[in-house]
Design a protein around this ligand. Structure first.
Ligand SMILES: O=C1C[C@@](O)(C(=O)O)C[C@@H](O)[C@@H]1O
Length: 253
């Protein structure tokens, strides 16, 4: 686990980074993220080509879904590193949380650890058996994630999951949930607004997808969009997501 030590710098709603509005600056082991930030998810055979296009489409970071690229995942992330200057998140998603990796946990963690040499942040699931082993092996800022593709825990249950994620040593907590009602969406926005530590919250599904553009207004630090095929229900194309954020983020808050 990386000892960041660096304070987060609380920006103001009117701060701009390259013409974009930033609410807060995250300093993670020398990596500077002006939040809220758009992450372009790279998957499939066009991952390297999409990496080249990501910044022009409005992405601030890219995520390489090592479980969703053909061939050698290490070769792919190396080429993505050559294709873009944007910070890279390495993710090798377990099947239980919507991923396509089908090997053993030891192999999955090994690939992720090796790929981290070309990444700026690493994503690992809260419930992954190899989570702590990976965290010991990787000297990168960590996103610890939790996904529910069929619904969501209660709000108290979600608060407990966030506490577990931060207690486990996350630099950024990430939860992607499928809220069944608008009341659940309101509850999640309240949760984002009250959480001071860096949290990325996304809604999945038809009723939750608007949270991808709205939760950043309430403080969510990362929101994920796609360039090629969507990698989650309700995911929004990067260009449209960027335009939504630029339209919705407020001068002051
Ligand atoms: O965890 C996340 C969020 C995500 O599942 C989404 O809902 O956009 C997409 C994944 O690629 C990423 O790793």
């Amino acid at each position: 686990m990386v000892e960041t030590g660096e304070p987060e710098l609380e920006g103001k709603g009117d701060e701009r980074s390259g013409g974009r509005r930033s609410y807060r600056t995250l300093l993670l082991d020398g990596l500077r993220i002006e939040a809220p930030a758009v992450v372009a998810v790279l998957s499939g055979p066009a991952a390297e080509r999409d990496a080249s296009a990501a910044e022009g489409l409005g992405a601030d970071l890219v995520e390489v879904r090592l479980d969703l690229v053909p061939g050698d995942p290490i070769g792919v992330i190396r080429r993505v590193r050559e294709a873009t200057q944007l910070p890279i998140i390495a993710t090798n998603r377990i099947a239980e949380e919507g991923g396509a990796f089908r090997g053993g946990e030891g192999e999955r963690i090994q690939i992720l650890a090796e790929a981290s040499a070309w990444a700026d942040l690493v994503d690992v699931e809260l419930l992954a058996g190899g989570r702590d082993r990976l965290m010991e092996a990787v000297g990168r800022p960590l996103i610890i994630s939790y996904h529910d593709f069929g619904g969501m825990p209660s709000l108290e249950g979600t608060r407990s999951i966030l506490a577990e994620i931060f207690d486990a040593g996350a630099d950024i907590a990430k939860v992607a949930l499928t809220p069944p009602t608008l009341k659940d969406c309101l509850g999640l926005l309240q949760l984002v607004h009250e959480t001071e530590r860096p949290l990325s919250l996304m809604g999945m599904g038809d009723l939750g997808k608007h949270l991808r553009a709205v939760a950043p207004v309430y403080g969510s630090v990362l929101t994920y969009g796609h360039i090629g095929a969507a990698t989650a229900p309700g995911q929004i194309p990067v260009k449209a997501l960027r335009e939504l954020l630029d339209a919705l983020l407020a001068e002051g808050r």
